[in-house]
Design a binder for this molecule. Structure first.
Ligand code: DC
Length: 222
């Protein structure tokens, strides 16, 4: 793991981390890790296996043995394309519940670290800079107001042709943020060594530019 350049982007749901991290990874020629997808996949796999989301050890066993492939923009679970399915609100809520369990987080740790391969990795999540890649060369806490994040998610759902209710989305985001921030294990938080990037009034391109500029000017260890 050491010696590989890692750029960690953490932040709340619908802050745009995924799009930003992918844009930055592409510009740098680095790999990309969507760590939230692993929590979503664990929630989905547990549901498919009939394991309750409150069953910490049962879900941890499922998380440890996930058969996942990230291929050409698709996410395959046991060979089946679940890219759209894991983005549903129901699976998002399940992911947030199982993510509070220490055994589940531990089961996913090595799998996440295995993404750090040369020439480098851009990883997004909640604990990329704090737990998974504490040695990351640049750590960013990316956020936007709950109102802006809810509007972004709303537009995204409408764009996919799904029904969406702005008030319900806002409420769901706020309760998910509260759960992610209140948990004892790897809570969602801006740690002192992460740079804050408030994106409410910025376009995706502007955010990617800012991250790339911080990356170019980051202090380098000798
Ligand atoms: O980023 P996302 O919405 O796809 O994440 C889904 C859930 O997984 C979210 O509620 C918090 C959790 N998660 C986490 O606890 N740690 C991570 N590194 C990534 C996601």
């Amino acid at each position: 793991m050491s010696g590989i350049a890692v750029l960690a982007i953490d932040g709340p749901s619908a802050s745009g981390k995924g799009s930003v991290a992918q844009g930055v990874a592409e510009a740098l020629g680095f790999a990309y890790l969507d760590s939230g997808a692993l929590y979503r996949l664990s929630a989905l796999a547990a549901k498919q296996a009939g394991v309750a989301w409150r069953d910490e050890l049962g879900v941890a066993r499922i998380a440890a043995s996930l058969d996942v492939r990230f291929e050409a923009g698709l996410i395959l679970l046991s060979g089946q394309d679940v890219s759209a399915q894991i983005r549903s609100e129901e699976i998002g809520v399940g992911a947030s519940q199982i993510a509070a369990f220490a055994a589940v987080r531990q089961a996913l740790l090595a799998r996440q670290r295995a993404f750090a391969l040369a020439p480098g990795l851009v990883a997004d999540g909640r604990d990329m800079g704090s737990v998974v890649f504490p040695q990351a060369e640049l750590k960013i806490f990316l956020t936007a107001s709950a109102k802006v994040r809810a509007e972004r998610r709303y537009t995204q759902l409408l764009g996919r042709g799904e029904l969406a209710d702005l008030a319900a989305i806002t409420q769901d985001l706020e309760s998910r943020d509260a759960r992610d921030a209140a948990r004892a294990e790897a809570p969602l938080r801006q740690w002192p060594d992460a740079l804050l990037l408030e994106t409410s009034n910025l376009s995706l391109d502007q955010v990617v530019e800012q991250v790339l500029s911080w990356w170019k000017t980051r202090p380098k260890e000798e």
